[in-house]
Structure formats: C-alpha cells, structure tokens
Design a protein around this ligand. Structure first.
Ligand SMILES: [Mg+2]
Length: 369
C-alpha cells in the first residue's frame, strides 16, 4: 500500500466533569489523530495522549511535533505492506509511544480495510465481546464515591478500579469494601508512593484487592520487585512498562504479577501483541487500560483486548461517561459490563467536521509535494 497523503491533528475534547488522579486533574482531553490515505482508502488512528508530562514524559503537544517532524516523513510516499514493516520505519526514534501508536493505528485501519478482515481477527483475537470495568477518579467525598460505585455495580460493571493517592487510600478502599464485600476491586496509585510507605501498602492486603496498580515510581521496577515480596496483593505495572523489553525485565525480577497493557503507552498494537504473548508464556495476568480515549482510540483498544491472554476486564467505559461529544457519528457505548467489538473503525464513522471543530492545530503531507 502506497501512503499517498497524510494529515495529523491535535484536538481537544471537553470532559463532562473533571477526572482526578494522584498526578493531576484533567478537564480537557488533548489528543492526537493521524489520517493516512492510499489512492482509494483512508485510515484513522488516535494515540491517546494527556495534556501534560505528568504520567509519562511524552504528552499531546510533543507527540504532535514528533509526528510532524519525524514519523510521517518516514511513511509518506512509501509502499508499506504490513504493520511490522511500518513499525520498522520508525523504530530508530526513541520513545514517543503515543505518536507511534497514532500512526500505527491509522495503518492497521487501512490494512484491515485492504484485507477486508476485522481488526480483532487480524490481531489474533478470540472473542467478539470484551468485559468492561469502571475506573473511578479520586472523589474525596465518601458518600459521593459510594454513590458512584453503587451506580456502576447496578449497571453490571464486573469490577471497579479506584484511583488513590497518599492521604486518600485506606479510607475509600475500606468504605467501598464494607459496602461491597465481594466486588472485584483494585486500586491505582499512579506512582504516588515510595518504599517508605511500605507499612501502609501492607495494610491494603486486608481488603482482598485484585491488584494494586503502579504504586511506586513511573520508571521503577527494582523497588516494585522488593515491594511484591512483602505484600500479598498482586502488583500490576502500568507506567513502568513502555516496551516488551521492559516487560521481560520486570517479569525476570518479579516486579509484578499483572501488566496493564495500554497500546498507546507501549507504542502500538504490534508491541502490545508481543507483551501479551510474553505475559502468557510467563503466567502473568493481562488487561487493557485506557487513557481517556475518544471512540477512535477505544476501537483499537477493544480490538487488542480480544486476545485470549487479556483475562481481566478492560478500562473502557462508554464514551458518554466522559465526553458530551466525540469525533465520530456512532459513539462507542458499552452497556452492562460488556462491549461488542466492532469489526472496523468505520462502524463508528469518523466525522471530519467534528474532528475539525475540535482541532487545535493540524498539518497535511502529500507525497507529490
Ligand atoms: Mg494506571
């Protein structure tokens, strides 16, 4: 397939309400989208970014610049036959996983259209629906938090994740656990603790959590390995795993029992497949997290979550839980704890008028110019 033209977008979608984690509050989704076109097809890909470098170093604006200055120039005008070949064109670029993911997703969209095969099948998926859990941001009002969890459980949500931070950890988990003794529950600390907090982290063992996600530093595996030896709750790594090599090292030293594979964080679906396969071989649990994607990004996450090693529910609530509007005509809408996986991104129908309405800046590339 010859990529004849490309367009990249930096866009901003307002959230219905502010989403709070231990590292920041988010009220605007600032994300990047790539459109790649051949002579007869167009594919879209989101590399769902955050508006700031507080989760990992790269964020929306730096991702847009790297796409503009380094990634698209490797693709435009080239004859690229499969996603592996595409990834090879920019593997010399260090980091910038979200930018690479946006380009790779757009190519996967083209590729599945060209082969007329659903993306989830191309990726090796084994199921047509995915279990969906809820991720609840920090709500520092116990009654409001319990109301939110109750609503999610009533809707059939199979597991709930609570964001925690120092000073707001034991109390929310205890309250939710008292009301829902059997609810599959996990806590996500987004790197907010250190080994100095080991006594507090040990007390979490009494709440029978499915896992604690990324308790320690975003770039650490050594301290996580030490912590895992001292707590019963399984550690799930998120921020620390940016590649299959990171996963191999973390597994080797016992830094985690579970990995949250977000395609955007690891540089795309091809790398996510590799991490999934490695985890399966090593009996490490896997699930698909989210980065507040709009429906475009969620399509790709849903597709990879059909692989059989993804045994825990994914973080992929309906688009309308977060956004009043979206950049597609038919928004992703999970109901009752499961989501049907669409065959093609075109099932959601990207709406270019809406995309342009929410675009902050964009750039066009043409192979002939
Ligand atoms: Mg996380």
């Amino acid at each position: 397939m010859i990529i004849e033209s490309a367009e990249i977008f930096l866009f901003e979608l307002p959230l219905i309400k502010t989403y709070r984690t231990s590292f920041a509050e988010i009220s605007q989704k600032r994300s990047i989208l790539v459109k790649l076109s051949t002579s007869n097809l167009s594919g879209y890909g989101e590399g769902s970014t955050l508006p700031f470098p507080f989760y990992v170093p790269d964020y929306a604006d730096t991702s847009f610049i790297v796409l503009k200055d380094f990634i698209i120039s490797q693709i435009i005008g080239k004859d690229i036959n499969n996603p592996t070949q595409l990834c090879q064109t920019f593997e010399h670029i260090k980091g910038y996983s979200f930018a690479k993911t946006a380009a790779e997703n757009a190519f996967w969209d083209l590729y599945s259209q060209e082969l007329n095969t659903p993306l989830w099948q191309l990726l090796g998926g084994q199921k047509k629906s995915v279990e969906i859990g809820a991720a609840i941001g920090i709500i520092k009002d116990s009654n409001q938090l319990l109301e939110t969890v109750t609503l999610k459980v009533a809707k059939g949500c199979p597991r709930v994740k609570l964001k925690i931070e120092p000073g707001w950890d034991i109390e929310p988990i205890k309250k939710v656990r008292e009301k829902f003794p059997d609810l599959p529950l996990l806590a996500d600390a987004n790197s907010a603790y250190t080994l100095k907090d080991i006594d507090l982290l040990k007390t979490l063992d009494q709440f029978n959590l499915m896992m604690i996600e990324q308790p320690l530093a975003w770039d650490d595996i050594i301290d996580h390995a030490e912590l895992q030896q001292q707590i019963k709750t399984p550690i799930c790594l998120d921020e620390s795993i940016l590649s299959v090599e990171d996963a191999r090292k973390a597994i080797k030293i016992g830094a985690c029992k579970i990995i949250n594979i977000k395609p955007g964080r690891v540089g795309g679906l091809t790398e996510a497949q590799k991490i999934h396969n490695l985890c399966k071989e090593n009996n490490i649990g896997v699930w698909c997290g989210g980065m507040l994607e709009c429906s475009v990004g969620r399509f790709f996450n849903l597709s990879i979550a059909t692989l059989d090693g993804y045994t825990y529910p994914a973080d992929m609530s309906a688009s309308s839980d977060y956004f009043a509007d979206d950049i597609v005509n038919y928004k992703y809408n999970a109901q009752g704890g499961t989501a049907e996986v669409p065959d093609f991104l075109s099932d959601f129908e990207v709406n270019e008028d809406k995309l342009k309405h929410y675009t902050v800046t964009s750039h066009q590339f043409n192979s002939k110019s």
